[in-house]
Design a protein around this ligand. Structure first.
Ligand code: FES
Length: 362
């Protein structure tokens, strides 16, 4: 299971006016714990303004970089991103969770020669940077096409690093910048990277179906491009995506991995909940219409893992062993995981009198 360790900031550098990347020194004894698959993220934890805050940031290093580095873009009103962009310095110590996340694509010699198409918007480039770099380096025949949308040139994170990658892998890496706030010569490259634009770009620049598609950016962009790919007949299994900011108003996902003992939720009633974490069982009562399972577990003293609390990162994932829950939203679990009984505990409320969840399940 994921765990926090204290890591020292080895380096911090400005990537744009609004973003920095932070590299951590990893002691020899923790090298294995912090080895990562391209596309994964780290959750950072610090006390900011007297409050304990944790946020997830994707790793941007490639697997051969011998470095553990994340990028942090400042967001309006974002306390942690503001803190990271203005107060963190080399030598500081932050609590860093071991890598997590399933938006991954690892180099695989057996798949050398594939074509991967990626769509990224803004800071959505971070995990894609790690994946693209690792693929180009470790699969010598593989080709990558990256469509990268930003408002202005000045806001393009990793602009120099991407250009260097393009120079290094001239024949295998196609990089296409789209700008919505500045004009470029080719009209096709002006405007937002949305479903319609993606469909046009694919028709013009990638007429043959690729082997894998990656999408990372805001929720609406991800959903639009997924829909555009499906409309072109791309199988869902070829598409991987990660939301950086969940869309508003997404319908509730109802999940009932086991309907044994399911009862209608009534105000004032409580469920008896048990959670297994690192083999330790913690039991507590939780009102049907009250806090989510994760909050209940925390209040009962269990060391339940979490990061975003927004249904995006899956750090709080657990498997329902007995009973049933309803999830408010799910941006992280795949359909087959849900079918196997996995839920996001930060989004789950009990709908059965008895509920048992296993955080250790894989
Ligand atoms: S803590 Fe991120 S999905 Fe639950």
């Amino acid at each position: 299971m994921v765990k926090f360790h204290d890591l020292t900031v080895a380096d911090i550098r400005a990537e744009t006016d609004e973003s920095v990347s932070i590299a951590f020194a990893v002691p020899e004894a923790l090298k294995d714990a912090y080895s990562f698959t391209p596309g994964q993220f780290l959750t950072l934890r610090a006390e900011v303004g007297g409050e304990d805050i944790r946020r997830s940031y994707s790793i941007c290093s490639g697997v051969n970089d011998n470095e553990l580095r994340v990028a942090v873009k400042r967001v309006g009103g974002g306390r942690f991103s503001g803190f990271a962009n203005s107060a963190v310095a080399a030598g500081d110590v932050l609590q860093v969770m071991t890598p997590d996340g399933r938006f991954t694509l690892a180099p695989d010699p057996a798949l050398n020669g594939r074509h991967v198409v990626a769509f990224a918007a803004g800071s959505g480039i971070t995990p894609i940077m790690s994946i693209v770099k690792s693929l180009l380096e470790d699969e010598p025949e593989t080709t990558v096409t990256l469509f990268y949308g930003n408002r202005t040139v000045g806001g393009v994170i990793f602009r120099d690093a991407l250009e260097a990658l393009k120079d290094r892998f001239t024949k295998r890496f196609t990089l296409v910048h789209l700008l919505s706030g500045e004009r470029q010569e080719a009209p096709l490259l002006n405007g937002r990277l949305d479903g319609e634009k993606a469909a046009t770009l694919l028709r013009v620049l990638v007429p043959e179906e690729a082997d894998a598609y990656l999408i990372c950016g805001p929720g609406t962009m991800v959903e639009d491009i997924r829909a555009a790919l499906r409309a072109q007949g791309v199988a869902e299994g070829k598409i991987r995506f990660e939301l950086f900011t969940p869309a508003e108003g997404v319908a509730l996902a109802s999940v009932a991995p086991s309907d044994a003992g399911a009862v209608p939720a009534e105000a004032g009633e409580t469920a008896r909940v048990a959670v297994l974490i690192d083999g330790v069982r913690t039991e507590f009562d939780l009102p049907f219409n009250g806090p989510c399972v994760l909050e209940g577990a925390e209040a009962a003293g269990a060391d339940a893992p979490f990061s975003c609390k927004g249904g995006v990162c899956a750090t709080c994932r657990a498997r329902v062993l007995q009973g049933a829950v309803e999830m408010a939203q799910n941006y992280a679990l795949l359909e087959d995981e849900v079918a196997q009984g996995f839920v996001l505990t930060c989004q789950s409320r009990p709908t059965s009198k008895t509920l048992v969840l296993d955080y250790d399940a894989v």
